[in-house]
Write a protein that binds this ligand. Structure first.
Ligand code: SF4
Length: 422
């Protein structure tokens, strides 16, 4: 790390953060980054000079351990420390990510309406202007170059960048797997298929396309363009999301090739952050149809794989109400397969999503508890259950109580699924 002081600006260049994702109650940073501190704020930039984190340093800031993060889709997320213990139990993380766009959150807090948060975002724009007027005297040329990179990346440029990312992969990612929380949602998206098998009526994130895998050439071209897009900051990534809503329904060869090619092309072996990870979604049918050879192959790739399956409900009346074209028997079989895979494969973890909502039939909750409690003889720490609140639900407090009741009975780790996009 190199440090410089210019007036009231303290610049730390090539600062080193943690090299493993971990869950802590303070503002941890990962990989390599540059920090500029003013008396009021800490601004942190990725290796491309793009703003990534802002944290207030004065008494006006809501809490000293809270911060703002900008995603690669150019969304701001506020990490709220309000209820550490409760959050760990509700979402598996100490911090509640408060999103600047509509989602399915059960918490109403909107920090973006807070004038101190707005001031922080304005201060970043002002910092860029101030950097421009810094005297070059005594500033090494590489720092000068980096400062001008920061200066060039204003709101419009960052918006265009996010549009470029979406153009490379064929559109925005409407939902990331819940397991991506383990890498703080910092995944490189790589689409190997579009659409999904069911087009369920309740679903707000679907693309309405029928399932269609991408060609191998398309996947390779995305990888090439993504390398270029992330540039020198690529070494700060150690995770890939193979999209989109049901990548598991693609041919096993396409899945394994894409994962291996991504691992190599993105340089995960030498990434600043260890423990490379692969994320993908699957469905009941794609899981039931996947042969053991696919899991044998995934278990061998040099990444830990999280496979998240949308089970939604095991109750026939609920499946019919939400227009999910599945038999409850198939959902039970998929759940059993999830348990079997989790016990058989060291490097694969299958997790599952179920719905919670105001208007779901009572049989939904009864059958869910029967599944996540009575089918297991003891508590297992591998293979989380995520309960996803339906957007139509009005009584959020009641849903939180329902969640707690299910969690207390569940013999699998159980959390609320907070939908985040990219
Ligand atoms: S819930 Fe899954 S399968 Fe159903 S429409 Fe949404 S993305 Fe497609």
């Amino acid at each position: 790390m190199e440090s410089y002081q210019f007036g009231d600006l303290a610049i730390a260049f090539d600062k080193e953060g943690a090299n493993r994702y971990t869950k802590v109650t303070y503002p941890i940073r990962y990989g390599r980054f540059c920090e500029i501190k003013t008396p009021e704020y800490s601004f942190q930039f990725n290796l491309n000079g793009q703003i990534k984190y802002i944290r207030g340093l004065t008494r006006e800031w809501p809490h000293p351990a809270e911060w703002l993060k900008r995603t690669d889709a150019n969304d701001w997320v506020f990490y709220s420390a309000g209820l550490y213990k409760e959050m760990l139990s509700f979402i598996g993380e100490y911090y509640l990510p408060c999103l600047s766009y509509p989602s399915n959150s059960l918490w109403k807090y909107n920090p973006f309406a807070d004038c101190d948060i707005q001031k922080a975002l304005e201060a970043w724009s002002q910092l860029r202007v101030n950097l421009c007027s810094l005297s070059d005297n005594g500033m090494p040329s590489k720092i000068r170059g980096f400062m001008s990179q920061i200066y060039r990346q204003d709101v419009n440029t960052l918006n265009l960048k996010s549009t470029k990312l979406h153009r490379i992969i064929g559109g925005p990612v409407s939902v990331l797997p819940p397991d991506t929380r383990h890498v703080d949602y910092d995944v490189i998206p790589l689409m190997i298929a579009d659409g999904c098998l069911y087009n369920c009526k309740f679903c707000r994130i679907k693309s309405r396309q029928s399932f269609c895998p991408r060609s191998k050439a398309n996947v390779l071209e995305q990888i090439r363009q993504l390398q270029d897009f992330y540039g020198v900051d690529l070494k700060n990534y150690n995770a890939v999301f193979l999209g989109n809503h049901d990548a598991l329904a693609a041919q096993p060869d396409l899945i394994c090739r894409a994962a291996t090619q991504a691992y190599e092309a993105f340089g995960f072996e030498n990434a600043c952050i260890k423990n490379p990870t692969l994320f993908l979604f699957g469905s009941v049918d794609s899981l039931l149809n996947a042969g053991s050879s696919l899991f044998d192959a995934l278990n061998q790739i040099p990444m830990y794989t999280y496979l998240n399956i949308g089970l939604e409900s095991v109750d026939a009346a609920t499946l019919s109400k939400i227009n999910k074209p599945l038999e409850s028997g198939s959902v039970k079989d998929a759940f059993q397969m999830m348990l079997d895979i989790n016990r058989s494969y060291l490097n694969i973890e299958v997790t599952a999503n179920f719905l919670i909502g105001d208007a779901l039939p009572p049989g939904h909750y009864r059958s869910l508890v029967e599944l996540v409690r009575n089918r297991l003889n003891r508590y297992y720490s591998k293979g989380a259950i995520y309960l996803s609140p339906l957007n139509s639900s009005r009584n959020k407090r009641k849903l939180l109580r329902t969640f707690v009741e299910i969690k207390n009975l569940s013999r699998l780790p159980t959390y609320i699924y907070l939908i985040q996009r990219l």
